[in-house]
Design a binder for this molecule. Structure first.
Ligand code: ZN
Length: 80
């Protein structure tokens, strides 16, 4: 009865694999929901400024400054 034992083992392995995959999907989904609320906090602690050229909002630390105005990139800063 070696064949039946083999089939049962294969079935058990397949079920275990299915459960493992389901668990992994749950784990990644849970990670996403955990990461999501932390992002607005990061944005909230960071000052947002607006590009004088294209009105785009972006973090102050990425800003290019000229004459007290913020710009999203060098091109927009030099364009004005
Ligand atoms: Zn811009």
């Amino acid at each position: 009865m070696g064949l039946i034992r083999l089939i049962i083992l294969a079935l058990l392995g397949w079920i275990a694999y299915g459960l493992y995959r389901r668990y992994q999907q749950h784990a990644t989904k849970r990670d996403d929901s955990l990461n999501a609320p932390s992002q607005p906090d990061q944005l909230g602690s960071e000052r947002m400024v607006r590009c004088q050229q294209c009105q785009l909002h972006f973090p102050e630390r990425e800003a290019f400054m000229k004459d007290g105005h913020y710009y999203c990139c060098q091109e927009h800063r030099d364009h004005v």
